[in-house]
Design a protein around this ligand. Structure first.
Ligand code: ADP
Ligand code: MG
Length: 728
């Protein structure tokens, strides 16, 4: 049989390793293609360099003259490295990054050809914004969009193009991208956190947010991937029977990395080094063909850009190695899905990690302050946190009996639980000297020690404290980290602002000492946010029941999860914090809903196509073989043919039954799709796709997968799970 599956298998099995050349020392090539401080010093005048550094550190404005200088320096640096083009590089709401290349090359009036790149081109550009999702903002305001340089994220060279990280906003100022609200959230968090950090150290004048993401992904042979219409179009398999050997032996996790994959990783890491992405850890994940890559954490805006860039680079390098990266949260049923843990913390201008306990009781009180305030912020906004990670693909993890659940809770470990239990008993009002000594010595003072052996890790928690940072684990592997980070920054900023007001008022009105006031406010927060803390098994049914009692949300699907985005309190919160206004929120809400419906629509179409055009014809072909066989038996044995052909007859009937179920399922699904498409209201349409269309997927799949088990392997056209997952 010359079908695509066997051709792909042949190609996959005959792969030759792609040679990889690695630099002997990574430190030597790190950031070579980045316009970093070293390059700036070399290519900029002292005063331009200083203006740029001020813009980065203090957010000061860059004058047009200086921009002209900087662009010239940048151009010279880029050309010296072989770049011929430049582009504004931004993150529109499509979820991938966008670029439009322009050549440096220009012809002046007359005939002189030159290389040109002015300050104007560096600072602002006007891409044709009409084809990017805008949720109606442009229609409402007839506004064009423009991109504007973000000097806090350094320019870099990708291939032969100088890429300049930018924000993307409409002419009326509304954000059309992920970066703009992120930058706003970082600013408000800096402000609130600095104020609070100054209770403990007056030298602090800035607080930055740090982010270390962990990127999970599947990597399979490109020919095998391309032989599957569902992977090509939907990024995941819509049918396929589980391989006999999946992850049940636990032999993949942290196992030896297959050599072809290792070559890919080495090549990828080399590229990352050149681009200044500080990748550090690589290993196998739980499912076969699943892997993870993690960097050293960085300032959050830079880390977000680096993750976005990494995802692009991963795809490019995979092409070279004839592999295909699957970022989808659930490419294969029956084995683990992929997430993107967001490790988050705060760091002061004096270099102190505010979520890391220190050596003195005062430093530990500072740690506790940020620790408890974060928990309180999560408690008060748990449903919102769920909503910002809601997508059709992440729904396969959250709320589908897989890590982590759709219920947001915080895990802190038993030792810190004991500390919070003690703090909850703190006296109301002024603390006695004995109580304070006792607290400082035996509760707060002991934190660093107890954290040293903080070995209890809970893998089922969606939001866990892991020693010196919080880890938001419910984020999906396809996500742009900016989305969850923007919300987390904003709610913590709001919480810290409130904390400051409360502590100040206790100091002023009740004449409490500063640390007495801090203890008092923290005690109340610990009490108020108890329901969010959960140390048990997050996957269990018992937790669902318990969470319901605690009035925690449990929105298992995206349409349900997104609802809170439009709640008046949500809009008030975003507006009050200056992170997004109502127009921006409404636009994003519309985009999220539309994206959801389109996603399910595409999956439905692809499923209908492969079930009808691959599975059913193959099943009929096999059925015909059986029919011929039975006819032959009848010819030989006459009336007693059933003694020899009964099982064949059974299979013939089973095949007919499955075909009937598949075909009628598809017809009914198409009917529901038509109905859904007629709904004008985006929310109603998304709900229709979720509750009326999607349920057919399982049913159709079930019967297709049964046929896969019945039909002769030789004629089955769709590449099987065992082939995709176990061949590298
Ligand atoms: P894990 O056991 O969860 O893999 P690691 O210590 O390996 O924990 O860290 C995972 C990620 O957390 C890495 O990307 C790391 O850089 C990041 N990380 C460590 N400390 C911080 C911090 N202070 N802020 C943000 N991210 C951090
Ligand atoms: Mg982790």
């Amino acid at each position: 049989m010359g079908n695509l599956r066997f051709q792909a298998l042949k190609e996959a099995l005959n792969r030759q390793p792609v040679p990889v050349s690695e630099a002997p020392r990574r430190s030597e090539i790190f950031g070579k293609n980045v316009f970093n401080e070293m390059a700036m010093r070399q290519y900029l005048t002292k005063s331009s360099y200083r203006s740029l550094m001020d813009a980065i550190d203090k957010g000061s404005k860059i004058s047009r003259d200086v921009a002209d200088h900087i662009s010239t320096g940048m151009k010279e640096w880029a050309i010296a490295k072989g770049a011929t083009h430049y582009t504004h590089w931004f993150q529109p709401l499509t979820g991938s990054s966008a670029e439009k290349h322009d050549a440096f090359f220009d012809v002046e009036m007359g005939d002189a050809a030159i290389e040109k790149f002015g300050g104007g081109q560096l600072v602002q550009q006007e891409p044709d914004a009409s084809s990017f999702p805008n949720g109606g903002i442009r229609n409402t305001f007839e506004a064009r969009g423009y991109t504007a340089w973000d000097p806090t994220s350094p320019a870099f060279i990708l291939g032969t193009t100088l890429c300049i990280p930018t924000i993307f906003v409409s002419y009326t100022g509304e954000a059309l991208d992920f970066k703009t609200p992120l930058l706003r959230s970082l600013q408000v968090l800096d402000h609130s956190a600095t104020e609070v950090a100054r209770y403990f150290d007056k030298k602090v004048n800035k607080v930055i947010t740090t982010l270390g993401w962990e990127q999970e992904y599947f990597l399979i042979d490109a020919s095998l991937a391309n032989s599957r219409p569902d992977i090509m179009q939907a990024g995941r398999t819509l049918l396929g029977h589980s391989a006999a050997k999946g992850q049940q032996l636990d032999d993949h996790y942290f196992g030896a990395i297959p050599s072809r994959v290792l070559d890919y990783m080495r090549d990828l890491e080399n590229e990352c080094m050149l681009l200044g992405i500080p990748v550090k850890t690589r290993h196998n994940e739980v499912a076969p063909s699943q892997f993870e890559l993690a960097p050293i954490f960085e300032e959050a805006n830079l880390a977000v850009d680096h993750n976005q860039l990494l995802m692009d680079v991963m795809e490019k390098v995979a092409e070279k190695h004839k592999l295909k990266v699957l970022f989808h949260e659930k490419p294969f049923a029956g084995v683990n899905g992929s997430g993107k843990h967001n490790n988050w913390s705060l760091c002061t201008s004096t270099g102190v990690n505010l979520l890391s306990p220190g050596s003195t009781p005062m430093k530990n009180l500072q740690f506790l302050t940020f620790f408890v305030n974060t928990i309180k912020a999560v408690n008060d906004n748990e449903e919102l946190l769920r909503s910002v990670i809601a997508t059709a693909s992440n729904d396969h993890r959250l709320g589908a009996n897989e890590a982590p659940p759709a219920i947001i809770s915080v895990f802190i470990g038993s030792q810190l639980t004991n500390v919070l239990d003690e703090l909850e008993k703190v006296t109301d009002g002024k603390l006695s000297p004995q109580e304070k000594t006792e607290l400082k010595l035996n509760v707060v003072g002991k934190i660093p020690e107890i954290l040293l052996d903080n070995t209890d890790r809970n893998r089922t928690s969606p939001f866990a404290f892991t020693g010196n940072k919080f880890e938001f684990r419910a984020v999906g592997s396809t996500a742009n980290c900016a989305k969850p980070m923007t919300l987390l920054n904003m709610i913590v900023a709001k919480q810290l602002k409130e904390f400051k007001l409360q502590v100040d008022s206790l100091i002023k009105d009740q004449k409490l000492k500063k640390d007495d006031a801090v203890f008092n406010v923290l005690r109340e927060y610990i009490r108020d946010s108890k329901r969010i803390r959960f140390e048990g098994d997050g996957y269990g049914e018992a937790w669902e029941k318990e969470a319901k009692k605690r009035k925690l949300s449990n929105n298992k699907t995206t349409p349900e999860a997104l609802k809170i985005q439009m709640h008046p309190n949500t809009i008030k919160l975003y507006e009050e914090m200056g992170v997004m206004n109502k127009i921006e929120l409404e636009a994003r809400h519309a985009i999220n809903l539309e994206e959801y419906s389109k996603h399910i629509q595409i999956e439905g179409r692809v499923l209908g196509d492969i079930a009808r055009n691959h599975v059913i014809p193959t099943a009929i072909r096999y059925q015909n073989i059986l029919i011929k066989n039975v006819k032959g038996l009848k010819e030989i044995y006459g009336d007693s043919f059933k003694n020899y052909g009964q099982e064949q007859l059974n299979i013939i009937e089973q095949i007919s039954h499955h075909i009937e179920q598949i075909n009628s399922g598809i017809t009914a699904m198409i009917d529901q799709r038509k109905k859904a498409n007629k709904l004008e209201d985006l929310e109603k349409r998304a709900e229709a796709y979720c509750f009326e269309v999607k349920p057919f997927f399982e049913k159709i799949r079930y019967h297709c997968d049964k046929l896969e088990l019945l039909v002769d392997d030789e004629i089955w056209t769709l590449t099987k799970y065992r082939e995709m997952l176990l061949i590298h």
